[in-house]
Design a protein around this ligand. Sequence first.
Ligand code: ARG
Length: 262
Amino acid sequence: MKKMLKKSFLLCVVGVLALSFTACVKQTETDKLVVGTSADYPPYEWHIMQNGEDKIVGFDIDIAQEIAKDMGKELEIKDMNFSSLLGALEAGKVDLVLAGMTPDDEKKKNADFSDIYYTAEQGVIIRLEDKDKYKTVDDFQSVKVSVQQGTSQEKIAAEQLKGCQLKTLTKVGDLILDLKAKKCDAIVLELPVAKAYVEENPDLIISEVQVIDEVGGSAAAVKKGNTELLEQVNKTLKRLADEGKIDEFVANAIKLSSGISE
Ligand code: ARG
């Protein structure tokens, strides 16, 4: 009798353990918010080494963390090429995109966008030695200009740096290398990003050339029709803006990114 009791007790324990294990596995599957980004964009998102470990940081990541928190979910970040992000969203590989993404008309065809959470100006990076060569948008006739593939800077450069020869590369780090190696003569980026890279590269400067972006802001992207998530995202963005948190995240990220290497 005693033996039998013991046996059924053990069976019970095993059963409970098995049940909670499957519950656990299931939970981690559904309780994750998967956010796609392109971590080559300080202070929005970039890689740092912390205690020997590679980590993605930035104010987009802080915002993603808050959205996940408000949803009671765990955040998972997927780093990919900027030009692959909206495809990944469409394919259901990520739930949300936070990548300093400008909701221009082209992108709006492929995704739905949240309210704008941050606005930035544009910057044109050139080599320091060319400082006097490029001063206005009219100085780019037949000049090679590199931009990141799939970004609104493609259009900005093509339309505003008159007569330039446009080149697209997948990663922002490659744009910087391209410029330093004289394979191109200018890069167009969002100004805070341009500043972060120039700070790390004394041979580069931000030119006085003025280009503008009529959208000029970043928004989060969800799969077309996913209004439930979109409303949740807008709610968190509003809370963060009201609490002054976005400014705080941006300021912290700028501080942290002055010290990056490309
Ligand atoms: N704002 C630009 C766009 O949406 C460029 C963003 C690039 N972002 C990045 N994480 N590399 O087209």
